[in-house]
Design a protein around this ligand. Structure first.
Ligand code: GLN
Length: 280
């Protein structure tokens, strides 16, 4: 391969390179090439015979060699789309997942005051808070994260998405909002069991443990939030949390035990239980 390589030949080459290590080799190749050329997918299919210049080819082949080591495409290109918005991504936080869009959709369907006060706990890239802000400009949204670099990243995403009114703070769960009440508290906390074998596979190997795993078989943070959110919710306020596909039953029980009403779970695109909510 050389700088004279065409779009279609480059994709074909990258596919061959990646097919053993990635189960999304074609898509990975296309997304990387789109990024190098700064073009959309349609362009790749409209101009298959167009040649890459030297710089584009070098950038592309470097990306493919990174992907070959297992590095997530989102880290290679530094970006991931969530709720049709572009988010900057790095290895200080979780890469936003399509399943988390279910949480956003569920939140948007709740009956809430027009200027609802909303808290997003463990915001990471800011994906949930900023997606909600893009849909509900009047909501007063605060997003917190414990990790300083995550806070900086979320603030950068806030700036890029022109959503300056979203408040983004460094906080260990509720510590920076101790006296505050909200109409909705959302979170995608760490919920994977520390011993889960999935942690050794795929993209999660490149994501911080602090964003993925929790003690008590993954329940520690979900339970902590459930217990403390009660003190920070206005009456008729909701708590809505993402969780693992096998954690729904226990989480519903916990919320009921704590006195939440209307407790229910929403399924994700793969029909797995994914988000549970309760009302105070
Ligand atoms: N859903 C993610 C995964 O299974 C984990 C997200 C999280 O821990 N909050 O990879």
């Amino acid at each position: 391969m050389s700088s004279q390589s065409t779009i279609s030949a480059s994709i074909q080459w990258a596919y061959q390179e990646l097919m053993k290590t990635s189960d999304s080799a074609q898509l990975d190749a296309e997304v990387c090439l789109q990024h190098c050329l700064n073009k959309n997918r349609t362009y790749l299919y409209t101009w298959p015979d167009k040649a890459l210049n030297q710089e584009q080819w070098q950038q592309f082949s470097l990306m493919i060699s990174k992907r070959k080591t297992g590095m997530p495409v989102a880290h290679i290109i530094g970006e991931r789309e969530f709720w049709s918005l572009p988010f900057l991504v790095n290895d200080t936080t979780l890469i936003p997942r399509p399943d988390t869009e279910i949480l956003v959709e569920t939140a948007l369907n709740l009956t809430l005051p027009e200027e609802a006060r909303v808290l997003d706990l463990g915001t990471g890239t800011g994906a949930i808070a900023l997606a909600l802000a893009s849909e509900r400009p009047k909501w007063q949204i605060t997003a917190i994260d414990k990790i300083e670099d995550a806070v900086k990243l979320a603030q950068l995403n806030r700036q890029n998405l022109s959503l300056p009114h979203v408040e983004i703070l460094q906080s260990d769960w509720f510590s920076a909002v101790a006296e505050q009440q909200f109409d909705l508290i959302v979170s995608n906390p760490p919920y994977i069991d520390e011993d889960d074998h999935h942690l050794g596979e795929g993209d999660v190997r490149f994501e911080p443990q602090s964003a993925l795993t929790a003690a008590e078989h993954g329940f520690a943070d979900l339970y902590f939030i459930a217990e403390h959110a009660k003190n920070h919710l206005n009456s008729n306020g909701y708590l809505l949390m993402e969780h693992g596909y096998q954690q729904g039953i226990e989480l519903r029980e916990k919320l009921e035990e704590l006195g939440y009403n209307n407790v229910g779970t929403v399924r994700d695109f793969g029909s797995n239980e994914r988000c549970t909510l309760g009302k105070i």
